[in-house]
Ligand binder design. Sequence first.
Ligand SMILES: *Cc1c(COP(=O)(O)O)cnc(C)c1O
Length: 394
Amino acid sequence: MEKVVYMDYAATTYTKPEVLEEMIPYFTEHYGNPSSVYSISRDTRKAIDLSRDRVSKAINCERNEIFFTGSGTEADNWAVKGVAFANFTKGNHIITSKVEHHAVLHACEYLEKHGFEVTYLDVDEEGFINLEELKNAITDKTILVSIMFANNEIGTIQPIKEIGQICRDKKVIFHTDAVQAVGHIPVDVKEMNIDILSLAAHKFYGPKGVGALYIRRGIKIDNLIHGGAQERAKRAGTENVAGIVGLGKALEIAVDKMEENNATLIELRDKLINGLMEIPHTRLNGPKGDKRLPGNVNVCFRFIEGEGILLSLDDANICASSGSACTSGALDPSHVLLAIGLNHERAHGSLRLSIGDGNSEEEVNYVLNVLPGIIDRLRNMSPLWHDFIKKGES
Ligand SMILES: *Cc1c(COP(=O)(O)O)cnc(C)c1O
């Protein structure tokens, strides 16, 4: 294909033209500092208020429960560390899972160096935590449970409402990293018993570098950035007005079009999955059906390296990602794939295709046409493959 086939929407999305259009005046004519008193600042203040309204409407909370941040990572860090330090006198125990995004995992590891104890819950072969294990892990020292809404690598959607109910019953604060969920699948913080939730604009066709944290009224959490009175003094610093405007607009569109978009996405997703599964020695990672994110496809091709697949796909103008080690510069393959029970060899041969509203059936067909040849060629170069052919299953 001449055109780039972008299938890495879980990494980031483009910004929708309607979103950008609404942002531009906040770089040009509406440049007043939202904290100033004169009339030109009223426009910027109003724009921030409107965005806060839009976000609160999208997840069903109050306007003053939304706090804008500089990213999803920042929101996750604030949630985990902010709750930990604000509730330290009550207890020092945190529960999370082995499949969280590094924004949560590395924040937890940091806390372990500062007197906190962290339980990392196992997941099953599809990536789900076990609710009984969660219940049993909660002690009178537990102050926070942080479980992601939907997994960015394998698309697993956790039973969030049930997790929230367990936390409510035990009076433990519940944070969810919903960066892959908000704008993609229904999220209702009231109905789902969520106390704190992270989201990021660039995962739902908004701009990069802006996110938000929902904090239920009454939840004890430290302020993140100390300075002026912005974000009710919890996250000081002059607001990223254009970014905040873009976030609100993008989320409004995403929620409006969710049902319609997902019908198409699920069709394309399942077509991709079914086509890929016809390649021999291929495994689907993550669940099937409605417990999987509509745009997520993740498979392992045995005997080869994800890195090699990505380079060959790039030659064919296809953008994808892998849980293989080399990509990230780390030695170990994806912690998520290891947590669902794959060995290193299998985990290294993973491929994630995350689709979005720019993808067509034609592109899916193109990928399905190109991939079998790539896998064949890479396997022919792989000593593991030749061993396998000689000796049979190891
Ligand atoms: C992308 C992502 C993040 C990080 O968000 P940024 O805005 O890129 O910092 C956190 N958690 C999940 C699940 C993500 O997919």
